[in-house]
Unconditional design. Sequence first.
Length: 183
Amino acid sequence: MTEDLNGKRVAFLLTDGFEDSELTSPWEAVTGAGATAVLVSPSEGSVTGKNGHEQPVDLSAGEADAAAFDALVLPGGVVNADHLRMDTASVGFARDFFAQHKPVGVICHGAWILTEADVLHDRTITSYPSLQTDLRNAGATWVDEEVVVDAGLVSSRTPDDLPAFNDKLVEEIAEGEHSGQTT
């Protein structure tokens, strides 16, 4: 990756039960390109992934403001994604990135929150296959591809797709705001 993300702030929104590699791999990709990564969560203290990775929370979802960030990343994990989509502050935080036309990266089950945020009308997205009906019902066109980019929305299916996801995520963050990224 040759993209320069110096001066960019990237929020990672998650809670306990996230897919460990879907946090750590994109985190390393964006910080390796020069961005500052910030862990946002409805949980306090720290969060723990389904395979045991523990990481401190930097900011609560209730205090987080999308205007303070350049992009959002939504790691997957069934438990994480299910809890996030039920948290009003987290849903509002995610929705604000679309309203502000900022890049959003989502992988695996992380897309569940986007159904609650009501931001998927006429968008093309991929995810873990079990979410396809939910995403279609939310107005999206679901496809089974390694990585999909739709006007600043970057999506992938599983940890196997992380190399392609990370490349496109960094590229979209470097490009900045996308007029097609909207609620």
